[in-house]
Design a protein around this ligand. Structure first.
Ligand SMILES: C[S@@+](CC[C@H](N)C(=O)[O-])C[C@H]1O[C@@H](n2cnc3c(N)ncnc32)[C@H](O)[C@@H]1O
Length: 214
């Protein structure tokens, strides 16, 4: 029987050698909501929030501001993040990892006050933190969290531009389950007007994911 360590290294190799990246991974709604709540105290009511990678809108739909203060892009809905040039204050999202360096460069061009990402622990390298620093962004929040079906653990990492804030390190004791939520993902290009959103009411969340205390 293969050991845990060899399972881990096989999985790392599979990811490293795969031909086609899988960038359409939906965040469990309760984790997206917890992520937004974590960042909210760093923001002002007047800020504009932006989800560059909206897909079904798990983040976008839960941003704590009015519709006119929200922006989005999503390549599968024919709005490319790399063509977006409006002023925004807060980016809170789960980005596509196969193009993460290019995504960081575009963030620096847009210059939001806050950039907060759900990112695999192995993807938050010291080089990336340093690059952020070079562009004026201080790492202010780091929270460890775990999604049962995902590879490894995740960080919620928040960077703030020109920040004087102290850093906080935290961890989430819950395990989030992605389960059926992935079935609702947009996986092929469609026009925005052909997208019929699946609204997830707070009472229905248990159909889509579960949170268990360890
Ligand atoms: C990891 S998924 C996150 C989806 C959603 N934000 C969530 O958390 O459930 C990343 C999304 O980025 C989208 N994407 C990839 N490249 C993009 C681009 N250039 N512009 C806009 N969206 C892009 C993918 O289609 C995918 O839906």
């Amino acid at each position: 029987m293969p050991s845990k360590a060899s399972n881990f290294s096989n999985k790392c190799n599979d990811i490293k050698n795969r031909k086609k990246a899988n960038d359409v991974i939906l965040t469990p709604p309760l984790l997206a909501i917890a992520h937004i709540e974590y960042v909210k105290p760093l923001t002002r009511k007047t800020y504009t929030w932006f989800d560059p990678f909206k897909n079904t809108g798990i983040y976008y739909n839960n941003y704590p501001v009015e519709e006119k203060q929200k922006k989005w892009t999503e390549i599968l809905l024919n709005k490319d993040f790399f063509e977006f040039n409006e002023k925004v204050d807060v980016i809170v999202t789960n980005p596509p990892f196969s193009i993460i360096n290019k995504v960081f460069e575009k963030f620096w061009e847009l210059k939001p006050k806050i950039i907060s990402l759900l990112i695999g622990v192995l993807n938050l390298t010291s080089k990336r933190i340093d690059d952020m620093k070079q562009h004026g962004y201080k790492l202010v929040q780091l929270k460890l969290c775990c999604v049962n079906e995902w590879f490894g653990s995740q960080y919620i990492v928040t960077f703030e531009r020109n920040s004087k804030r102290r850093q906080t390190i935290d961890f989430d004791r819950k395990t989030y389950y992605a389960r059926d939520i992935q079935k609702t993902a947009i996986t092929k290009k469609i026009e925005p007007e052909n997208y019929e959103p699946i609204q997830i009411e707070p009472d229905d969340l248990s159909k889509y994911d579960f949170v268990e205390k360890k």
